[in-house]
Design a protein around this ligand. Structure first.
Ligand SMILES: Nc1ncnc2c1ncn2[C@@H]1O[C@H](COP(=O)(O)OP(=O)(O)O)[C@@H](O)[C@H]1O
Ligand SMILES: [Mg+2]
Length: 363
């Protein structure tokens, strides 16, 4: 997680463009070549639905990650992740999240649940974007705790600076209690610069946030609603529309602001972003009554460890997701000490030890 930058999109006011910003900023970062994970932390699951993810696919959500058994947490978050685009993955939300606060007895510990879960993530994401609920409770506190950057969308179409002071007080609480100080930036959304009102509001935003205002502003566009109804990011729906262009610029501004931390891969600086594209692969093994199933292969030097453990999705069904770059990989499952090939993969190759391995080729 050391090279990962966490961005929370938060404002207690509803309808100011949090979800739109979270989805489209994440999509833009991915299109700029950054491996990006969007975490939907709003029980209303608008970001999840806005990316076309519904029904059974949300059976496992951020709710399970936050309430999961600690010993399984490591592999758990990774198994809740769903691919939604190139270099773009999602951790869906669920309505169950609305009751989560009552489930924790230790309040002190519970405010760092998300932070701890993200820290254990071993996938190489460069950006994590968190869509927060329109409230300043437990979930938002968790998001701020996990974030290095907080983006505060402000709907310039209405008078919306109200409530921002409460968000800033929460950030102050975070500093005093946990010595954590994320950078907070205002982001003007739903901007219609033709109106004098918008221009005056922008002046007020600058007065309140000083330099901490993103220079990119997001303009109004009808395509925003249309793209959300279809469950795709703006860049996929109409890349030329004003808001799509603005979110791409916002992605670039975020990259510029945060670049000093993550080292650049050579392929990216050459502008050949497709060369670094990663592939989320799902491995599944059926083993009724097994106690422990591992996945080992060229990708983890055939080493058995807590990292190679599969988790039991349902009785007898074991699963693991891995990020694999282009290449050729030999692998095997280890079921209670027995080394077995993958029954779902017909490509087998003899190994030097007289046995056979499963082989996976990623183009
Ligand atoms: N730039 C924009 N242009 C037009 N409509 C927008 C824009 N940004 C957001 N909206 C619309 O405004 C409404 C609220 O936005 P949303 O992102 O869901 O806010 P929040 O998550 O803060 O509640 C949604 O219907 C969304 O489609
Ligand atoms: Mg929302």
């Amino acid at each position: 997680m050391t090279d990962t930058h966490v961005i929370a999109v938060s404002n207690q006011k509803g309808g100011c463009g949090k979800t739109t910003t979270a989805i489209n900023l994440a999509a833009s970062l991915a299109s700029l070549g950054k491996r990006t994970l969007l975490i939907d932390l709003d029980p209303q699951a608008h970001a999840t639905f806005g990316l076309g993810v519904r029904g059974e696919k949300t059976a496992l959500s951020i709710y399970n990650v936050l309430t999961g058994q600690p010993d399984r947490k490591k592999s758990f978050l990774e198994n809740v992740i769903l691919p939604v685009g190139e270099r773009f993955d999602l951790v869906p939300s669920h309505i169950l999240l609305s009751t989560i606060e009552q489930e924790f007895t230790n309040k002190e510990e519970s405010v760092s649940k998300l932070y701890e879960a993200l820290k254990s993530l071993s996938f190489p994401y460069q950006y994590l974007v968190i869509d927060c609920p329109p409230s300043l409770g437990f979930l938002t506190f968790n998001a701020l705790r996990a974030a290095e950057t907080v983006l505060v969308p402000l709907d310039l179409g209405s008078f919306s600076l109200m409530g921002v002071d409460k968000l800033l007080s929460m950030a102050e609480l975070l500093r005093v209690k946990l010595s954590h100080t994320p950078k907070i930036y205002a982001l003007a959304t739903l901007v219609d610069m033709r109106t004098r009102f918008s221009r005056r509001m922008m002046e007020e935003v600058r007065a309140a946030f000083g330099e901490h205002v993103m220079s990119t502003v997001v303009r109004q566009a009808v395509a925003v609603k249309e793209s959300q109804a279809l469950g795709v990011p703006l860049l996929k729906f109409d890349e030329k529309c004003r808001a799509a262009v603005d979110y791409l610029l916002l992605g670039q501004e975020i990259v510029n602001k945060t670049q000093s931390a993550p080292p650049q891969l050579p392929a990216e600086t050459n502008g050949r972003s497709e060369a670094i594209s990663n592939f989320l692969r799902e491995f599944m093994f059926r083993a009724q009554g097994a106690r422990e199933v591992h996945l080992v292969g060229d990708f983890n030097n055939w080493r058995l460890s807590s990292e190679s453990l599969l988790w039991q999705k349902e009785e007898g069904v074991w699963q693991k997701r891995l990020f694999l770059e282009k290449g050729r990989y030999r692998y095997k499952f280890v079921v209670d000490g027995h080394w077995l090939t993958d029954p779902q993969n017909d490509t087998l190759e003899p190994n030097p030890y007289g046995g056979v391995d499963s082989v996976l080729e990623i183009e």
